[in-house]
Design a protein. Structure first.
Length: 345
């Protein structure tokens, strides 16, 4: 999200620098997009775990940049917080998950302090997330701003109804291969569904620490011909275009970008009832309780058997995704930057 926002901000009004806690230049698609706009990226080369050295690097970098606003994501808030506390500059912090899962306890303590001292503005990804943030951090709802996750709408194309045999349906799951995303649960449910509909398939797009374990699960379930792991991909829209139904089985989320991307591609959605899912999945999909295997199987089977429902939900998904276009979301963030900046532009 940060890379998309940086690539679309109005550079006639804002001077932007991206600070990356980790690694070095790797020529990724995100870096290419940012550099194509003439925006510099500074790498702090943080390794695993907390680093006091990176706190100093961040301090020194911010001293050189002298920003009017700092927009942080995830762990970056910990490293920017000391500088913010000693300078008349506010932080804007986007909370990407349900607040109780927003990093470890130390990060949440830092955020609690920043919010209660009015040194940072919390950004929620949906109305439901706003309520959870207010309750979890014990702050007024008015303090919390809502700016939804963006999607680059012009990269996606609404899917036309696939008139193939209705039993030859391809499900797709997109996300990091982690316990949070709960793909092992999806695989076990898919196996039972596959026993009923042997021509269906599942594509899992992404990579992560659980990949080896997930591949072992596929082998043990004897599903190698029906489940595909793509690994990391550059153009997610190409893979979404090959699918019929998007399925998310996460145990917690904020407002998952993967669901918005699937909506932009005109796919019907099946998602677990977490985070801000209820704010984006209405008549365009089906919501199931977390870890409820029978409910998930029932929802997937219903989608397989009803092509008209899939078509209608897909059309609604694409229409609903228009409100999350990056041009709209960028304007909302720009307004927040100006409202908290000590130097109005």
């Amino acid at each position: 999200m940060a890379a998309m926002l940086a690539s679309n901000i109005d550079l006639s009004r804002f001077v932007v620098t991206v600070i990356c806690l980790y690694g070095k230049h790797q020529n990724t698609v995100f870096e290419k997009n940012i550099h194509s706009q003439g925006i510099p990226i500074i790498y702090l080369n943080k390794g695993l775990g907390f680093s006091i050295k990176v706190v100093w690097k961040m301090w020194r970098t911010l001293n050189q940049l002298k920003p009017d606003v700092i927009h942080s994501h995830l762990a970056a808030c910990i490293y920017a917080a000391p500088w913010v506390l000693f300078h008349p500059v506010k932080m804007v912090h986007t909370i990407h998950n349900s607040p109780q899962y927003e990093g470890n306890i130390y990060r949440r303590i830092v955020l609690w302090f920043l919010f209660h001292t009015n040194r940072a503005i919390p950004i929620a990804l949906s109305p439901q997330n706003k309520l959870m943030i207010s309750q979890y951090f014990h702050i007024k709802e008015l303090q919390v701003k809502i700016v939804r996750n963006p999607v680059q709408l012009n990269q996606y194309h609404a899917k036309k109804l696939n008139h193939q045999d209705q039993k030859s349906i391809r499900f797709i799951n997109v996300g990091r291969l982690t316990r949070q995303k709960n793909q092992v649960f999806l695989l076990n449910a898919f196996k039972k569904l596959h026993n009923l509909y042997p021509n269906i398939s599942l594509m899992i797009v992404g990579d992560g620490p659980e990949r080896e374990e997930l591949e072992k699960t596929v082998n043990s379930l004897q599903m190698r011909d029906s489940v595909v792991f793509t690994g990391e991909v550059e153009k997610i829209e190409d893979y979404l275009a090959l699918a019929d139904i998007f399925v998310l089985t996460s145990i917690y989320e904020g407002l998952p970008l993967s669901v918005l991307e699937a909506m932009a591609s005109g796919l019907p959605i099946i998602a677990s009832d977490v985070g801000g899912i209820r704010d984006i999945v209405e008549e365009n999909g089906m919501i199931v309780p977390v870890n409820d295997e029978s409910a998930l199987i029932h929802a997937m089977a219903e989608q397989i058997n009803n092509s008209q429902m899939r078509e209608k939900m897909g059309e609604l998904s694409h229409e609903m995704s228009k409100q999350y276009d990056i041009s709209i979301i960028t304007n909302e963030y720009e307004a927040i930057y100006l409202s908290v900046s000590k130097r109005k532009k």
